[in-house]
Design a protein around this ligand. Structure first.
Ligand code: TMP
Length: 254
C-alpha cells in the first residue's frame, strides 16, 4: 500500500490523510517533550499505550453522548479520526493543585481546590501557550461565545465522568488538558472533543500513595516512566493484546 500523505507532525503525534474524505489517521509517537519542547526524550511504548488509553476514554465518553473526533483504532499506533478544525485553545481542568497553578498562586501541590477550575491557554508554541481569559478568546475570534458555552459544558461533564472512572481504578484525576474542534457535517457545525486523553496530558496519581502515574515522571526525571503508563493501561484493563514485549510496535507504516 502506498504511504499516506502526511499533513502535520506535532510533538507527540503525526496526522495523515485518511482513507475517506473527512477522515484523518492519527499516529502516536514515542517522542516526549516538556516545557514547550525545551526538554526532549523518548518513552518507549508510549505511543502504543496512549493510542489504547485515548481510544478507551473517548469510547467511554461517546457512550455518555460526549461527541468526539474518534472513529476507531486501526492498529497499535494509529487511529482513524474525523477531520475537525482545531480550536486553538488548550482547556485545562484542575481538581487538585499541581504544576503551574501550584507555582503561580503558591498553593502546595496536592491541595484540593475549592471547586474544579477551568483555565484556557492560547495554543501557540512560539508564545509558549500563554494563559488567556474567555474575553481574549471571543474578542480575537479564536472561538465564539456559543463555542465557549459548548466547550465549558462538555469540559465539566468530561471532568465529572473521568474523575469517577479513574477513581474506580484507584487513580486520582488531578488535572488534564483537552482540545476541541469544529466538525462540519450535513451543513451543521458541532464542537467535538479532539486530540487525545492520555497520561501525556493528564495528571494521574495513585489514590492510596499519591505516586505520579503520568508525564510528570518525565518532566521531573522521576524514572519508571514506561512502567507508570503501563500501570494506567493495566488498571483500565486495556494493556495491548501483544503485551509489553511488542510495545515498540511496527517500525514501518502501511
Ligand atoms: P500545568 O500545570 O503545567 O499548567 O498543566 C496542567 C495540565 O495540562 C497537566 O495535566 C498537563 C497538561 N498539559 C498539557 O497537556 N500540555 C501542555 O503543554 C501543558 C503545559 C500542560
Amino acid at each position: 500500500m502506498a504511504r499516506r500523505r502526511q499533513l502535520y507532525e506535532g510533538k507527540a503525534k503525526i496526522l495523515f490523510e485518511g482513507p475517506e474524505p473527512g477522515t484523518l489517521v492519527q499516529y502516536f509517537k514515542d517522542d516526549a517533550t516538556a516545557f514547550n519542547a525545551q526538554k526532549k526524550g523518548m518513552i518507549t511504548g508510549k505511543g502504543v499505550l496512549n493510542n489504547r488509553i485515548s481510544e478507551f476514554l473517548m469510547t467511554k465518553l461517546a457512550e455518555i453522548n460526549v461527541p468526539t473526533h474518534f472513529i476507531r483504532r486501526l492498529n497499535m499506533r494509529e487511529q482513524l479520526i474525523k477531520e475537525v478544525e482545531i480550536i486553538p485553545i488548550e482547556v485545562v481542568v484542575r481538581n487538585i493543585a499541581a504544576g503551574s497553578i501550584a507555582q503561580r498562586l503558591g498553593i502546595p501541590e496536592g491541595t484540593r481546590l475549592p471547586r474544579s477550575i477551568v483555565e484556557y491557554y492560547y495554543k501557540n508554541d512560539s508564545l509558549g501557550d500563554p494563559m488567556v481569559a474567555e474575553e481574549h478568546i471571543t474578542a480575537f475570534g479564536w472561538a465564539t461565545p456559543p463555542d465557549m458555552d459548548d466547550i465549558v459544558h462538555l469540559t465539566l461533564r468530561i471532568n465529572d465522568f473521568l474523575t469517577g472512572l479513574f477513581l474506580g481504578v484507584g487513580i486520582t484525576l488531578v488535572d488534564f488538558k483537552l482540545e476541541f474542534g469544529r466538525l462540519y457535517e450535513n451543513e451543521e457545525m458541532r464542537v467535538v472533543l479532539a486530540d487525545e486523553i492520555s497520561p501525556d496530558n493528564c495528571r494521574l496519581w495513585d489514590s492510596k500513595t499519591n505516586e505520579k502515574m503520568d508525564k510528570d515522571r518525565f518532566r521531573r526525571d522521576l524514572g519508571k516512566i514506561e512502567e507508570a503508563y503501563q500501570e494506567v493501561a493495566r488498571r483500565l484493563g486495556i494493556l495491548p493484546e501483544a503485551g509489553s514485549r511488542d510495545m515498540k510496535g511496527p517500525e514501518t507504516m502501511q
